[in-house]
Design a protein. Structure first.
Length: 143
């Protein structure tokens, strides 16, 4: 008796139909992954927008109440007319500075906010480059 194992059978070359099926499965898998990523980014954008609206409503509501109370406080605190006028001028200055600062903060946020769907766009760019034969190494993970 010999302990020889039978030679491996030669693999069949995949047919054109099998190759097309594997290619289409790969393309569909890639599309599915990109759509899932897009869906996640849409959910993140919606949550971010809801948070902005909630904080905005809270800011505006409490800001209006604070401004009303601040505006009428000199009427209660000062008895002579000259002091009341100076107090209103100071309050007006505070309002102008606050409006200017809020405008600058809003401008800074709008200029520096993350680009919506940037991860999806980047992945689609990588897919396009890979199909063209250009290879981009993945960046190292950030801590």
């Amino acid at each position: 008796m010999s302990d020889e194992t039978p030679p491996p059978e030669p693999k069949e070359r995949p047919s054109a139909v099998d190759s097309a099926r594997e290619f289409s499965a790969g393309v569909l898998g890639s599309i599915q992954t990109r759509l899932e990523l897009l869906s996640n980014e849409l959910a993140e954008e919606r949550a971010r927008l809801e948070k902005i609206v909630m904080y905005g409503v809270m800011f505006v509501g409490t800001g209006i109440i604070s401004m009303i109370l601040l505006t009428f406080s000199p009427l209660l605190l000062f008895e002579d007319e000259a002091s009341k006028k100076y107090a209103f001028v100071v309050i007006f200055g505070i309002y102008v500075l606050t409006a200017f600062g809020s405008g600058l903060a809003l401008r800074h946020y709008l200029v520096n906010r993350p680009k919506p769907f940037s991860a999806t766009i980047e992945e689609l760019r990588k897919d396009r480059d890979r199909l063209r034969g250009v290879h981009h190494p993945d960046p190292p993970p950030q801590p």
